[in-house]
Design a protein around this ligand. Structure first.
Ligand SMILES: *Cc1c(COP(=O)(O)O)cnc(C)c1O
Length: 360
């Protein structure tokens, strides 16, 4: 049975990438050892991390004004690290659009003032607050957004523009490389790898280099300074070599698909197919405002919690796995990142139709 894995993260990776990693697993480039057994300072690893960086620069159009960094600790460590380096007792603006942006704001409070410019918490994060209603701080240290809300299933269809002089920072963990955006609108973006870029264990950070100078080096530990990663090519200490190797393979795959713009088209088609079915169903419903529906995490419900659970169970028996909603919100969620093929989405909709007929 073909299995389609709809997990939110760690999520499925392209089959081709998994097969290539398998082929090279114990014997990388005929050296007799696997990549994870090799020194990060050796001749074979340096080209891997260089290749990963070059792919990121090419795919996202990143100029030399920006550093491309690979940092352990996931997106969650960036919540604290970015504030530790860039806030310095000032005020940071946060848009509260979900569980993750809420956590990011909470960490930032340890290092300065946090102004919540807008929040959709009262309506269970079912939409992205309109930018016209945001109460921005004119001289904020930065503005922080979460481009795609993995748990609630919302996404900025159009990314905001920064206030002049205020760097915009985005947590793009769950939609990085799924759609085209202009990196030059951002002071920094970051993403845990395990949704669209590779296995867990590494976060991709793209930082405008001049911002690294804001760090107060007398207060921030060496391993938590962006400058340390910039000065040492992300190898001040031993980096997560295997995760970076996988990220290089996944970004090779993205290039082979035609790049981010080509994947965006496919992602649009996948999401449209699923949302159209939800719109026409009298059984399954999306709780998310139509204008803000995520193309990566499609959240939906049946008429009851019991049927939600039955759906998740029977879907799994039919090769459609990990459709349970986040433990905080319940219901069902289909994560359809870059690696999920259209066939997976079609198989899901076919099963939903059958389930609807049997349980209506
Ligand atoms: C998954 C996720 C995180 C958490 O990532 P970790 O790497 O586990 O810390 C943060 N933000 C968003 C938007 C996510 O989807």
């Amino acid at each position: 049975m073909t299995v389609y894995n709809f997990a939110a993260g760690p999520a499925m990776l392209p089959k081709e990438v998994m097969q290539l990693a398998q082929a090279e697993f114990t014997n990388y480039r005929d050296c007799g050892s696997g990549i994870m057994e090799l020194s990060h300072r050796g001749k074979l690893f340096q080209p891997v991390i260089d290749h990963a960086e070059a792919n990121v620069r090419e795919l996202l159009n990143v100029s030399d004004d920006y550093a491309v960094l690979f940092i352990q600790g996931g997106a969650s460590m960036q919540f604290a690290m970015l504030a530790m380096n860039l806030l310095n007792g000032g005020t940071a603006d946060y848009v509260d659009t979900g569980v993750w942006s809420n956590k990011a704001a909470k960490e930032a409070k340890l290092f300065g003032n946090v102004n919540i410019v807008a929040s959709s918490k009262e309506t269970k994060y079912d939409h992205i607050p309109a930018q016209s209603e945001w109460k921005r701080t004119a001289d904020a240290a930065y503005l922080h957004i979460t481009s795609n809300n993995t748990v609630a299933g919302t996404q900025y269809k159009v990314l905001p523009k920064p206030t002049p002089g205020v760097p915009m920072i985005a947590d793009m963990s769950s939609d990085i490389m799924s759609r085209v955006f202009d990196i030059n609108d951002f002071g920094m973006i970051y993403a845990g790898a395990q949704k669209n870029l590779g296995p867990s264990g590494v976060a991709l950070v793209i930082l405008r280099k001049d911002l690294a100078a804001r760090t107060d080096e007398s207060k921030v530990p060496t391993m938590l300074r962006y400058s340390t990663y910039i000065e040492n090519g992300s190898m001040f200490n031993t980096p997560p070599t295997f995760a970076i190797y996988m990220l290089a393979l996944v970004t090779d795959w993205v290039k082979k698909q035609g790049g981010v713009a080509a994947l965006e088209k496919i992602n649009d088609a996948k999401a449209a197919y699923l949302y159209e079915f939800l719109e026409n169903s009298t059984f399954f419903k999306s709780p998310v405002a139509p204008a803000d529906r995520s193309r990566m995490n499609v959240v939906f419900r049946t008429p009851s919690d019991e049927l939600d659970a039955l759906f998740v169970k029977e879907a799994k028996e039919n090769g459609l796995t990990d459709l349970k909603g986040h433990r905080l919100v319940g219901g069902c969620r289909a994560s359809i990142y870059n690696a999920m093929p259209m066939e997976g989405v079609k198989a899901l909709v076919e099963f939903m139709k059958k389930f609807e007929l049997a349980n209506k």
